[in-house]
Design a protein around this ligand. Structure first.
Ligand SMILES: Cc1cc2nc3c(=O)[nH]c(=O)nc-3n(C[C@H](O)[C@H](O)[C@H](O)COP(=O)(O)OP(=O)(O)OC[C@H]3O[C@@H](n4cnc5c(N)ncnc54)[C@H](O)[C@@H]3O)c2cc1C
Length: 476
């Protein structure tokens, strides 16, 4: 079987398919695995949200295994489980992305996954509505590769679109803005944290509120004012007065709020990671002209943002940029419509499904906009909704099975969901990747199509549970 795309979903799919007995080829356009986690990241909070606001664990499986392996080797932080974070359902479980890459290449070797890197999937081989394989382009030219089942893990659903699957993408006028991230070293954390403690009200607190818990603005500010270790906070968004002062001086741009996340490295070093310093809207990820315009504009905005941090923010005087990403971080792209479409109601009602393949607790409708309010703009939209009582909802297997086209599964960002229920976070992409991998292995073994598997998912679910996935009961 063939996995197209080696991001977090593709990695999970390939490893778990191999463990379920399939011979697996993973085709990746770049030379590294991890996709948005590594090529355009790391994301500010990778990994995160492995616990819901009831402090119950809802994600296990391959994600948990990679976390534990990195933790044991000193390349992951303990789960951040202070009471504010826990109640918000927004706990970080940092992994060092450079060591994640080492680990994943090791695991590919352990499981016997065949890798084909620097290779673009350029088309599908389609016969009577059934995907029989893919067409790839690389330094060798253009080649056909046939496989029993194909999984689209390209993030933007490119393979599904090439095969003619029904898909939706938010209109250019309202699509969420995309960003280009960069990472910084050399911050004087003591000086910075002194400023933070002295000015807690200059920072965003809304990300730690949840309608089903008793976190308040006052509690958040009180916590901020007593914090010494930046890793206890995780993200620093706001800098309101400094930012507005800079704006008046022509030293800030009006397209995003100011702030950064953290990237813990070896030997206790902590980098600052900026993924909100540039924001460009009206960009459809599958339109290369849009993407080029967005990339050029993001670079300009990042330079302005960095000048602001160097010149205005205590602790940044001697800091320096260590990495600018080479790819954009796409906040929104196509979704391939499947036999079930996950809805906002499913999220807010914490629905369970007989064909569950995993769980998640990320709220619905958390959209960004390219204004300085970007981070607070995630509250207030009509689509926004937190899962009921701080619980978790199921992801049904049918969301991975595209309508009409046979022999194709989709995992990762592009699985079938309404816009508010978009499943784009790293933990969600690894849950759907793991399930798609095992499902494809069963289909390849039995000569069934992914759609035929829908009639009885009991073996799929049993193997997923055996692999450590959380399908039914969340765990304390
Ligand atoms: C600004 C921003 C911040 C974010 N922050 C967080 C965060 O803090 N925490 C979090 O959990 N999530 C975060 N996310 C979301 C998350 O990082 C991504 O949605 C997730 O990593 C996507 O995983 P994926 O496997 O679906 O796709 P991707 O990571 O996009 O992987 C797709 C892979 O397929 C490859 N590919 C694409 N097309 C082809 C082709 N034709 N042929 C071959 N290979 C191909 C790509 O090179 C890539 O490796 C953030 C996203 C953005 C935009």
């Amino acid at each position: 079987m063939i996995v197209c795309g080696g991001g977090t979903s593709g990695v999970a799919a390939a490893l778990c398919a191999a463990r379920a007995g399939a011979s697996v080829l993973l085709v990746e356009r770049s030379g590294v695995l991890g996709g948005q986690l590594t090529l355009s990241g790391p994301p500010g909070f990778a990994y995160a949200r492995l616990f819901n606001p009831r402090n119950e664990r809802d994600v296990g499986g391959i994600l948990e295994e990679t976390y534990q392996r990195l933790y044991r080797s000193g390349h992951a932080q303990p789960h951040m489980r202070n009471s504010l974070r826990t109640k918000a359902g927004y706990a970080f479980s940092y992994v060092d992305i450079d060591w994640w890459i080492f680990l994943i290449f090791d695991m590919m070797e352990e499981e016997g996954v065949v890798l084909l890197l620097d290779t673009l999937v350029a088309d599908t081989i389609l016969e009577d509505g059934t995907v029989k394989g893919i067409v790839v382009e690389n330094a060798d030219g253009r080649t056909e590769i046939r496989g029993k089942v194909v999984i689209d893990c390209t993030g933007e659903g490119y393979v599904g679109i090439m095969a003619g699957c029904e898909h939706e993408c938010t209109d250019r006028d309202i699509i969420q803005p995309h960003s280009l991230s960069f990472t910084v070293d050399g911050v004087d954390w003591e000086e910075f944290m002194q400023y933070f403690r002295d000015h807690p009200d200059q920072f965003s607190y809304k990300q730690l509120l949840n309608p089903y818990t008793d976190n308040t603005r006052e509690k958040v500010y009180d916590f901020y004012s007593k914090s010494h270790n930046p890793l206890d906070i995780g993200e620093f968004m706001g800098f309101y007065e400094l930012r507005d002062f800079a704006l008046d001086n022509g030293d800030w741009h009006p397209y995003s709020g100011a702030g950064f996340f953290l990237m813990p490295k070896e030997d206790g070093h902590v980098q600052a990671h900026f993924q909100h310093s540039s924001q460009v809207d009206h960009t459809i990820p599958t339109d290369p002209w849009d993407v080029t315009r967005c990339m050029l504009e993001c670079r300009k905005q990042n330079r302005i943002a960095w000048r602001f941090f160097k010149n205005y923010v205590p602790g940044f005087e001697h800091a320096y940029i260590t990495k600018q990403s080479t790819e954009l971080r796409f906040r929104e792209g196509p979704r391939i419509m499947g036999d079930y479409v996950l809805t906002r109601e499913d999220v807010v009602e914490c629905r369970q499904f007989p064909d569950t393949i995993g769980k998640t607790s990320f709220r619905a409708g958390a959209y960004h906009v390219s204004t300085m309010d970007t981070l607070s703009a995630v509250s207030g939209h009509k689509d926004l909704g937190a899962p009921k009582d701080g619980g978790s909802y199921d992801i049904p297997y049918r969301c991975l099975v595209p309508r009409k086209i046979e022999n194709l599964l989709v995992a990762g960002k592009a699985v079938s969901a309404e816009r508010p229920a978009y499943l784009r976070y790293v933990q969600q992409t690894m849950v759907t990747g793991q399930a798609a991998g095992v499902a494809a292995a069963l289909c390849a073994r039995d000569g069934r199509t992914p759609r035929e598997l829908e009639s009885d998912v009991s073996e799929l679910q049993r193997i997923l549970v055996d692999q450590g996935a959380i399908l039914y009961e969340t765990k304390p």
